[in-house]
Design a protein around this ligand. Sequence first.
Ligand code: XLS
Ligand code: NI
Ligand code: NI
Length: 436
Amino acid sequence: MEYFADIPQIEYEGPQSKNSLAFKHYNPEEILEGQSMRDLFRFSICYWHTFRGTGSDPFGGATLQRPWDDGSNSVENALKRVDVAFEFFEKLQAPYYCFHDKDVSPDGDTLKEANDNFDRIADKLQEAQERTGIKLLWGTANMFSHPRFMHGAATSPNADVFAYAAAQVKKAMEVTHRLGGENYVFWGGREGYMNLFNTDMKRELDHLAQFMHLAVEHAQKIGFKGQFLFEPKPKEPTKHQYDFDAAACLNFLRANDLLDHVKLNIETNHATLAGHTMMHELVYSSIQGALGSIDANTGDLLLGWDTDQFPTDIYLATQCMLAILDQGGLAPGGVNFDAKVRRESFEPIDLFYAHIGGMDAFARGAKIAAQIRKDGVLSDFVAKRYTSYDEGIGKQIEAGSLSFADLEAYMLEKGDSAPNSSGRQEWIENVINDYL
Ligand code: XLS
Ligand code: NI
Ligand code: NI
């Protein structure tokens, strides 16, 4: 059975092509900075938006036409979705996918029933992976949709909810491991608070840290060697999420001795909700050796929530790829499209346009970033801007060999600092535009 019978295999046709069902820039075989685009991006398609999204919003119900889906939460429907999803991944030449447990598998009335359902679906996922060669980038657990998680999961004041969440993550890790998942993600869900008057923040954060240590311990027990990833997001659904931004996450991981085990999964729309640019979050995590993977999407400055739109902005993609190329790629992470089509884009073909556009935007951004890097325009200028630290007093400062008293003596003798040079911001922005 073919579910997208009117859609051809999406192939690379080059920038001159006028075919909107072809890649114009994403050429999996093309080499950029020594690696193929396939290996550089490790593109992944998310199950939740693409196969479980309905188009509903707080003001209206489902709009998306998904003729294969009977709308039920049955195992049969879930099994059929696996076929649909893998046909989609294959047609798009996407090497990876990722999921929450509850995206792929129906919940149950008891934990046992939910686990049995998950095993049945995992059998089918495994079969589909083996048949197509498509791999699991990461797995995670949905610990925010069910009403039991209204106060959070690991940070819930209800210890039974902590226990349920632990059981759920244990299972999700085991299935991820069985499917060869290369990473396991923790995004906060409802780990945060709505009001501090009713919240013991210290206890909640301690519980979250303990939960993550239990996950690390279980990974060792089952031999899961994948990378753990923590995904920052400042708000939504709670008013204040504990995984606010890269800085807050890294502080949490460092303070709780988790930094050796967990890196970050940075999402564009979450960065902007936190008042940062995506590039800021990428660079901030990368310089600390903690940039593990990205959730590629974009927000809308005029809409103040996590709109999870497909990334089509070449400037943004260039900024992302400057940071990613700078650390030589993302493996074992990748570029996951945590993005959804608009509720007005309700036909299945819109899913193809959306992903083709995102993959092409990243490919273009990467080509532009690689050229900028090859010409050394940014690196040369930045290196020059800091030359005062390459010799003399600057070199001694960086070496840590001077005290406040030494610096005072130096400046008392000199009288005043050397003149500054221009930051050339407008010039450097013009230079970037020359490459676009
Ligand atoms: C929600 C998050 C979520 C994570 C996975 O805003 O982006 O989708 O990526 O739990
Ligand atoms: Ni995400
Ligand atoms: Ni998001």
